[in-house]
Design a protein around this ligand. Sequence first.
Ligand SMILES: [Cu+2]
Length: 200
Amino acid sequence: MLTSIMVRRAVFTLGFLLFHLAAAAASLVVNVRDVRGGVIDDAVAWAVPVGRRIPAPTRPAVMDQKNRQFVPRILVIQTGTAVSFPNSDNVRHQVYSFSPAKKFQLPLYEGTPSAPVVFDLPGVVTLGCNIHDRMSAFIIVVDTPHFAVATKGKATIAELPAGEYEVRIWHPGLREATNPKRARLEAGGALEVTFTAGSE
Ligand SMILES: [Cu+2]
C-alpha cells in the first residue's frame, strides 16, 4: 500500500517537473536571406550556449545512401556524434572526406559498415564517393545540441533552455564564415534573428 502511494507521488512529481521544464523551454527562429532579400536554401543554424556547460551528444546519427545519393544531403550533428553510413543501394559505394575536420575513407562496401565514424572536431565535412562522382553531401559538426536545417530560409531551433546563445549559420554557397549573433532567450520565450549572407 505504502509503495503504491510512493510510486504515485513520484509519478506526480516527475510529471510536474516535466511540465515545468517544457514550459520553460524557449525557441529561436533563424532567417537566412541573401543580399537581395531572397531566401537561401540548405542553410543550417545553430545556437551555442554562452558560459554554460554543454552536455555531451547522446544520439547517434545516420547518413544513408539511396539511389546513388547521400540522404540527407546536409546533416548537422553535435561534436562527438557517431554517424553510421548504411548503404541502401544494391551497388557498392566508397565514402570519403578530405576535409580537415574529419579525413576518412570507408572501404568499398554494401550494407552497413560495422563501426560508425565519430566526428570529434567542429567544422564542415564534405563527403564524396569514389565510385560515383556526382554523389556529394555535407556533415556540419557543431559544438552544441541546439541546431536546425532551414526550410525556405527559416530554421527553427526549439526546446532551448533559457539563457544567452551565440547563433551561427552555414550554407553550401558560403565562402567565409558570417559573424555570429548574440541572442538572450527568456524562459518560455521566442526570438527571431535574421542573417544576410551572400548566395554566390
Ligand atoms: Cu557511390
